[in-house]
Design a protein around this ligand. Structure first.
Ligand code: ZN
Length: 357
């Protein structure tokens, strides 16, 4: 088994991680983060599980990381992502695991965000010999496929020069996420919710000669968690794309590195099936948000007086220990750490870290 140095991985090391996942039939959770609390909790969870992990920021998460008070939202989305990436570069190796740094959905309007981040990546590469992010996602699935693949090719050409990968999206993931979600009609014959293998083949032919890319494919997945029965996952769609590319282009089995968006709330057997068909990355946001917030809510309920008074109104006893933000933020971190243990288990990545000092 190959091993890697702990810390942020990109380029050939990223491909080594993907090969290990393909050969070992496991996948990595890609956890959306919004601040140091969620980043540190993901690192702690990965260290505890002895698993490698993907940390990612949406443009909204990056804005929040920089601070909602920064007046220029466009600039905040860039600076927040850069700041978060630097935080992870500094700390990840000390947790003893490999970390892939990613950004989430960027639609047509957000192409300048991705390009600004690649610009920061180029500067970082000049100084450190590696990029800031391992990969960026471009989600041009709402545009005609020629535009989607043309822009993806243009960005990938620039990214490969600094050892970066990109993630593209083909087909529509239903649900809401940073305003790019779609209204969901989950009737099973709704073909636009399912990625067409012919589109995947077209993407492979255009992008694989340029460099490494991964593909978010739709197989009935939706963003967010809805009432049971609303989601009809059909992972066999992924298998059909893999077979078409492998047979047409004469590659080995499962040539495509596939990404599962909207993994929160999904049936665990369907997740395992998707991993067998080449899913290496499962995005998780909604479930980890709830896992962070639930114990904070319980703590506030149990200590409600400490959230309205600095001193106990009857005894005069100080509540400082209870309202100290570290007390309740830590509860949130622990909730996230615990939830991720289950994600690593379901994806088969517990104990599979390639990191070795
Ligand atoms: Zn998504």
């Amino acid at each position: 088994m190959s091993t890697l140095k702990p810390g942020v991985v990109s380029g050939e090391d990223y491909k080594t991680l993907l090969t290990a996942a393909r050969e070992g039939a496991f996948a990595f959770p890609a956890v959306n983060v919004v601040g140091t609390n969620s980043i540190n909790a993901v690192l702690e969870a990965a260290a505890q599980a002895k698993a490698d992990v993907i940390i990612q920021l949406s443009n909204g998460g990056a804005h929040f990381y920089a601070g909602k008070g920064l007046p220029d939202g466009g600039r905040a989305k860039v600076l927040g992502a850069v700041s978060a990436a630097q935080h992870v570069h500094l700390l990840a190796e000390h947790y003893g695991v490999c970390v892939v740094l990613h950004t989430d959905h960027a639609n047509k309007k957000l192409i300048p965000w991705v390009e600004a981040l690649i610009g920061h990546g180029e500067t970082y590469f000049e100084r450190n010999g590696k990029p800031l992010f391992s990969s960026h996602m471009l989600d041009l699935s709402a545009e005609p496929i020629d535009f989607n693949l043309g822009e993806s090719a243009r960005i990938l050409e620039r990214a490969v020069k600094i050892g970066m990968s990109i993630e593209i999206e083909l087909g529509v993931t239903g649900g809401e996420e940073d305003g790019v979600g779609q209204d969901v009609d989950t009737s099973a014959d709704n073909s636009h919710l399912y990625t067409q293998p012919a589109d995947v083949l077209q993407a492979w032919k255009k992008l694989s000669p340029i460099g490494h890319f991964s593909t978010a494919a739709s197989f009935g997945n939706v963003h967010g968690v809805y009432k049971p029965g609303n989601v009809k996952l059909r992972p066999e769609i992924l298998k059909n794309s893999q077979i078409l590319v492998a047979e047409t282009c004469g590659t080995g089995p499962n040539p495509l590195d596939l990404v599962f968006h909207g993994g929160s709330g999904s049936d665990e057997s369907k997740i395992k099936e998707a991993v067998e068909y080449g899913v290496f990355k499962m995005n998780i946001d909604t479930d980890t948000q709830f896992a962070f917030s639930k114990p904070v809510g319980a703590y506030v309920n149990e200590n409600s007086a400490a959230f309205t008074h600095q001193l106990d109104p009857e005894t005069g006893k100080p509540y400082k220990k209870q309202y100290d933000p570290r007390a309740w933020l830590r509860k949130g971190e622990q909730g996230l750490v615990e939830r991720l243990q289950r994600a690593f288990e379901v994806l088969g990545s517990t104990g599979r870290s390639l990191a070795m000092d």
